[in-house]
Structures are given as C-alpha cells and as structure tokens.
Design a protein. Structure first.
Length: 188
C-alpha cells in the first residue's frame, strides 16, 4: 500500500508518549483513503457501530451512546478508529486496540469491529482496511492481528480465509459481564 502520513495534531503527556496522531493513508483503490478520527467523528463512529450491529442482527444489544464513544475513544484513548473514505465520503470503519501475548512477549492488534457500507462491498475496500490494520500492527511491532467473527457470518468467514486468516477453533471465548462482573469485583 502506498502510504502518506500527515501529522496534524499530537497530545504528548508528561511521560512523553504520543497518544494521538492524526494519520492519513493513501491506498491503491482509486479515490479511497483511510484516516484516523478526531473529536468531530463521534456521531460517525456511533453510526458505523449501529450499522454493524444491524447487519449482525444485534442492534438491540447496543447500549453505547455518543458520550460513551467520546469518553472511551476520544478522551481516554481506550481504543482507536480508522475511517475509510471513498471520494471524500465515509464508507468503512475499523475499531481496534492493543492486547498482549505473554507467549510472544509482544503487544498485538485486536480488531473489535470492521464495517464496510453494503453498496461499497466487493470493491477491495474491506481488504484495504485490513491491509491498513496490518501496516499499523507491523509499524508498532505487534505480534499478530486478531479478531472474532460470528459463526453465522459465512460471507465474512470466506473473505477472511481468502486473505489467509485461519480460525482459532481450539479456543473458547468466555465472558463475565453485568451483575456477575459487579459481584465478582465486590468479592475481593
């Protein structure tokens, strides 16, 4: 991928780590660029989350608000988002963050959500978004790029396999949330 970086803004706290850089990636898809987000993109991020949830049949499960998105992504930087724009219009997004592999001794990039507008699918945009995530992972010396996929999402599974991804079928995902999470925390 042909890359162009433009540092627009940085927030550098006392410990010197650059937590926020505006980055723009030019791509091989004509008219398609990928950029990081800023505080003006909160509505856009939430709209992509809602589109993805609707696509997955999980819209009733979304409780995130604009305030939640602003607080967690913009203010606290608990996750990052890139936006794919085709001819200046947002058509795709990816939300990701770092996790860590003790076996590798390295951070990894974990993709929480990827969504491409339905009318833009099949044009190489999804693969280009993944290529950008891979580039970010390599630049940050991450050991791998991980994500989950619903077993029922056969179209995406086929897409991931064509890219060379392999399912991790020997792992089971566990979750504690809601009141069970609160109960466990109180038990300390």
């Amino acid at each position: 991928m042909n890359e162009t970086r433009q540092v627009v803004k940085s927030v550098i706290p006392a410990h010197g780590m650059d937590l926020f850089r505006m980055v723009r990636y030019e791509t091989k898809v004509p008219g398609f660029v990928i950029r990081s987000v800023d505080e003006g993109d909160v509505d856009l991020i939430l709209s992509f989350i809602m589109k993805l949830a609707e696509y997955e049949g999980l819209l009733p499960e979304v409780s995130a608000t604009k305030a939640d998105i602003y607080d967690s992504i913009i203010a606290k930087r608990q996750a990052e988002v890139i936006i794919g724009e085709l001819d200046g219009s947002p058509v795709a997004f990816a939300l990701f963050f770092h996790n860590y592999s003790t076996f590798l001794g390295k951070a990894n990039l974990y993709l929480e959500d990827l969504y491409v507008n339905e009318e833009q699918r099949g044009k190489g945009i999804g693969r280009t978004m993944f290529a950008c995530l891979a580039k970010i992972a390599v630049e940050r010396n991450c050991g791998r790029l991980d994500w989950w996929c619903l077993d029922s999402n056969e179209t995406s599974i086929a897409f991931y396999r064509r890219m060379g991804a392999r399912p991790m079928s020997d792992w089971t995902v566990y979750r504690i949330d809601g009141e069970t999470l609160n109960d466990l925390a109180r038990s300390l």
